[in-house]
Design a binder for this molecule. Structure first.
Ligand SMILES: Cc1cc2nc3c(=O)[nH]c(=O)nc-3n(C[C@H](O)[C@H](O)[C@H](O)COP(=O)(O)OP(=O)(O)OC[C@H]3O[C@@H](n4cnc5c(N)ncnc54)[C@H](O)[C@@H]3O)c2cc1C
Length: 402
């Protein structure tokens, strides 16, 4: 096998997780290369809610103050069941909760990386293992090969690296989500709160980001599988409007006036929490992080923050265990054997946290938008009450110092 290039650490995927991992490593003086299949960095999904645990991770990456200035805080969530006439108020967190533009987050992460770290337009097709060294070798879509000592898969839900690790296949929720931004040139006048309205088996959420911009999403039943789903923004908006026609004028107008460039439609999927408990997330010098490992539904708003936490913990484990100063004083030297131990430490440290978040997300999702039988509903409520009694515990998590 001929290799065209050899790189110590390769990260596949330039989304939140891949960029955050590269940045966390960079902050520790460790270089890496991020391979991103798109020609430019993507910020699909309009915006992202970040709760205190996510802000703690952003603080470790040195990005919290930059991003804080881009969005107003919110604390309260207001849940309205239109059909049942029920209104309930809940608190999202005891600390900082803000909804930031994904493009601001991606840009902030990318801007802090040394130039040349991100290689756009590089799609990884498969992973192989070199017989002699047992190091991973990546096959790229342009026919080239890259050999590496550590491979980190941050390539999202349909991860090639997760397949290499033989993680269990993803499961589909029976729902789709549309996300978008709406700009109100004269100000929206909404309270700084997370509003969630349920009607006719559909859910609409809205969070103000500043005085003029709101992030909204819908979780809708009855849409087709991936192949049949509309991809162009005008069709996505038309589909969303048709399914939310019975909502208030304020909501319908918000969708009608949305910024077309911000719209995206996604079929909701997850990796089963029980498989995360047992699955092997490290094979040789290869591991996964972010959605590639633990894609979960959006019902807790924690997938992105969990990806940031992964990045901090992974970089900490690698820098502590796998690197030592070069004897000639010129930077750090990677030990391949120690790197594998470092990846094991990362998986061990993250596993329970990931299982906790994924399980809570799954149960919340089942109650929020699923249609469980009475017995299943009762069981979900009992588990939530017994195992996840403190509803804000997951937001108090601290991934620790980089
Ligand atoms: C409707 C919805 C709402 C959500 N709301 C929130 C929220 O409020 N708060 C929150 O924290 N999380 C939220 N999430 C979850 C969050 O969006 C994800 O957890 C997060 O984006 C994961 O980031 P990632 O970098 O792991 O994966 P991705 O964002 O999927 O990035 C993967 C990257 O890898 C690239 N890639 C893929 N395959 C290859 C390949 N073979 N070669 C090279 N590159 C490749 C892709 O192009 C992409 O850029 C939500 C999710 C959904 C669906």
């Amino acid at each position: 096998m001929t290799t065209s290039e050899e790189i110590d650490i390769v990260i596949v995927g330039g989304g939140i997780c891949g960029l955050a991992t590269a940045l966390a490593l960079h902050r520790k003086g460790i270089g890496s290369i991020v391979l991103e299949r798109s020609e430019t960095l993507r910020a699909t999904g309009a915006a992202i809610g970040v709760l205190p645990n996510g802000w703690r991770a952003l603080h470790q990456l040195g990005l919290d103050s930059t991003l804080r200035s881009t969005a107003i805080p919110f604390q309260r969530a207001l849940d309205i069941w239109v059909d049942k006439g029920v209104v309930r108020e809940t608190y999202m967190s005891e600390g900082e909760a803000r909804c930031i533009k994904r493009s601001d987050l991606i840009e902030a992460l990318a801007n802090e990386l040394p130039s040349g770290t991100v290689r756009s337009g590089f799609q990884v097709l498969s992973v192989d293992v070199e017989k002699l060294s047992s190091n991973p070798v990546l096959q790229l879509s342009d026919g080239s090969l890259i050999k590496t000592k550590v491979l980190i898969g941050c390539d999202g839900a349909n991860s090639v690296i997760a397949k290499f690790l033989s993680l269990t296949p993803l499961k589909l929720f029976s729902k789709c989500a549309v996300r978008g931004l709406t700009i109100y040139p004269n100000g929206h006048g909404f309270s700084p709160e997370f509003l969630r309205i349920r009607k006719d088996n559909h859910l609409v959420g809205r969070i103000p980001m500043d005085e003029k911009t709101v992030y909204w999403f819908t979780v809708m039943a009855g849409t087709q599988r991936d192949s049949g789903m509309p991809k162009d923004p005008i069709s996505i908006r038309a589909l969303t409007l048709s399914l939310t026609a019975g909502f208030s004028t304020e909501i319908v107008e918000m969708i009608q006036n949305s910024d077309l460039d911000s719209l995206s439609l996604t079929h909701l999927r997850y990796r089963a929490p029980w498989s995360l408990l047992l699955g092997n997330s490290r094979k040789g010098a290869v591991t996964v992080a972010g959605d590639a490992w633990h894609v979960m539904g959006p019902f807790l708003g924690q997938g992105g923050s969990a990806a940031l936490e992964d990045a901090v913990v992974l970089a900490r484990c690698l820098s502590k265990k796998a690197y030592r100063p070069h004897s000639n004083g010129s930077g750090l030297l990677l030990s391949e054997h120690k790197a594998r131990e470092a990846l094991d430490e990362y998986v061990k440290e993250r596993r329970l946290r990931i299982v906790h978040l994924s399980s809570l997300t799954y149960l919340r999702g089942l109650l929020l938008v699923g249609d469980p039988s009475l017995l299943l509903r009762f069981m979900c409520i009992i588990i939530l009450f017994v195992v996840f009694r403190d509803p804000l515990k997951h937001t108090r998590y601290d991934c620790g110092e980089l």
